[in-house]
Ligand binder design. Sequence first.
Ligand code: ASP
Ligand code: MG
Length: 410
Amino acid sequence: MSRIVMKFGGTSVADLDRIRSVANRVKREVDAGHEVAVVVSAMAGTTNQLVAWCQALSPLHDAREYDAVVATGEQVTSGLMAIALQEIGVDARSWQGWQIPLRTDGAHGRARIEGVDGDLLIARMQQGQVPVVAGFQGVGPDNRTTTLGRGGSDTSAVALAAAVKADRCDIYTDVDGVYTTDPRIVPRARKLARIAYEEMLELASVGAKVLQTRSVELAMKERVRVQVLSSFADASGDALPGSLVVDEDEIVEKEIVAGIAYSRDEAKVTVRHVPDRPGIAAGIFGPLSEAGINVDMIVQNVSAEGSTDMTFTLSRTDLPRAQAVLADLKPSLGYSEILADQNVAKISVVGVGMRSHAGVAATMFRTLSEKSINIQVISTSEIKVSVLIGADYTELAVRALHSAYGLDAN
Ligand code: ASP
Ligand code: MG
């Protein structure tokens, strides 16, 4: 007997038929003798609708009321799922964030989880009841409902799995696992049976949008084994095998490269001819970070005649704000001009095996040069090499790299 948290995303609970079929999935686990807790998202499209309503009434709406509105999507599905389970003879009860309680900080709209009390839920599970928890929501220090940011019910599920000491957290979604790259670009992408937390984290943050990044961070910290699998079962109703996100030690046959990720949400900024003296990097990146702008790759060129160029990348949506911040700094920094390029993409090669194998970066550079793709910026970490290239070459680069690292399925 195991204790399992099963989380179902918006497409898996998009209508009553799907809610019924999810209830049947849950029943199979209960009948197999497992203790089960369920976490649900809102029905597909619901959260977008709720957000749009808030925005239509007031672009600068009160974040507490935003949470009061958007948290309702999950309240509906938790109740409906409990009804569907009861209807097929499974003892079930819905739970809102405040009832558990799942406590968060007071950052309405993007709250962080501070603690989850697992006791009440464990007691119910031990009695054979299935708690059906509304994902995405918690309760803040002001006793008001909070939400965890878009995609947050993945994080709810992982936090809950940690709190009830579950053996596994199964995340049912509209993809059937984690792939070596985006199968829409590379049809021969392979599903990974196992992937290490750190690899998943890199893939999640560089564009493979399978799990909310924060849920992976939390899983890694709390050592929760997460399985990503499709909510659409085979004909007999068995779940298709998914991908297990686990500790590196659990992966016996480590690939050097686990996957190739890409992101088209990037922009590149070059600050030309800044004086090359101590304090210049602080003078540029300090104000950007105070403005809440995350900078990713950074290169500082060699100095010529006492001045240098500073190039960095950031999220494309932050570009206008970054340009405004830099314009204000022109008198104090004394640069000559700002160049901005939105026609760029970041391609990343990720794998824990890189720690012990040389040559991964060299293979990347050679492969791109064979395709005549120019590399504009490079950055590396222990388990990742990223390059910035022209956006038009994204697909070509991803395909070529996927083959070069031997990731293509046969
Ligand atoms: N319903 C929320 C959203 O659409 C949370 C989630 O589904 O994870 O962002
Ligand atoms: Mg999701």
